[in-house]
Design a protein around this ligand. Structure first.
Ligand SMILES: [Zn+2]
Length: 232
């Protein structure tokens, strides 16, 4: 094994670790919240609020109609039970009864409209409730799958970290420090020479440095981006 081969293997393991860590944090984000479930909850809340409002309007109208009826009935009885004999008073009562009945008819018309709205609000609410239930079931299944995925990723990450430690142990301290330092600054510490350029920064590599990449015990670096170079 040449030094550069060991360093490239370390870079591969580090790439794998980075990918596993990215998958883990994405999985954690998906475990934290579900936009589909939140949307179903919001739709249910909206449908429920609309339903409650229509129901309140219906009850208010029914109460107003009942209170009008409670005023109309005794007045109507007075018209026909002979208790009022004064024609003027009878006319006044009749007039009031007609007025109250007209008010009641208007409220009854409004009640019919509200009852229709109630039907459709109830249907919409039932639909939103069914959709919410279905979203909750899907979410429960999704959470199970995500937890299993998370467990698998965590195990693979632990294995990759152990391999990383073993691989780092194969590399001399000074080279390892160099590698870690470049990786911290550049994200990726190793670059291939393609044609005669560094694939990390596209700058031309002098022949003397290119030759150095074939030295089994040394690391050649790009004079521009400092990445560790290899040919192949
Ligand atoms: Zn470079």
């Amino acid at each position: 094994m040449t030094l550069i081969t060991d360093v490239r293997t370390l870079q591969e393991i580090d790439d794998e670790i980075a990918a596993l860590e990215a998958s883990l944090s994405e999985t954690d984000a998906r475990l934290t919240r579900s936009e589909a479930l939140e949307a179903a909850e919001a739709a249910w809340a909206t449908a429920d609020a609309a339903f409650q409002e229509v129901r309140r309007a219906q009850r208010d109208l029914e109460a107003s109609i009942a209170s009008l009826t409670a005023r109309i009935d005794p007045e109507e009885r007075r018209l026909y039970d002979g208790s009022v004999r004064n024609p003027k008073e009878l006319t006044a009562i009749q007039h009031e009864v007609e007025l109250l009945k007209a008010q009641r008819t208007a409220l009854e018309d409004r009640l019919l409209e509200v009852m229709e709205a109630f039907e459709s609000a109830a249907a919409e609410r039932a639909g939103a409730e069914a959709a919410l239930e279905s979203a909750r079931r899907s979410r429960a299944e999704e959470v199970d799958a995500l937890r299993a995925k998370r467990e698998d990723l965590a195990a693979r990450l632990a294995a990759a970290l152990a391999r990383r430690e073993a691989q780092a142990g194969c590399i001399p301290q000074a080279s390892l420090r160099l590698y870690d330092d470049i990786r911290r600054r550049r994200g990726h510490a190793v670059a291939r020479i393609q044609g005669s350029s560094c694939t990390g920064c596209r700058v031309a590599i002098p022949e003397s440095i290119r030759r150095k990449t074939f030295d089994p015990a040394a690391l050649a670096q790009c004079p521009n981006c400092e990445r560790i170079l290899y040919v192949g």
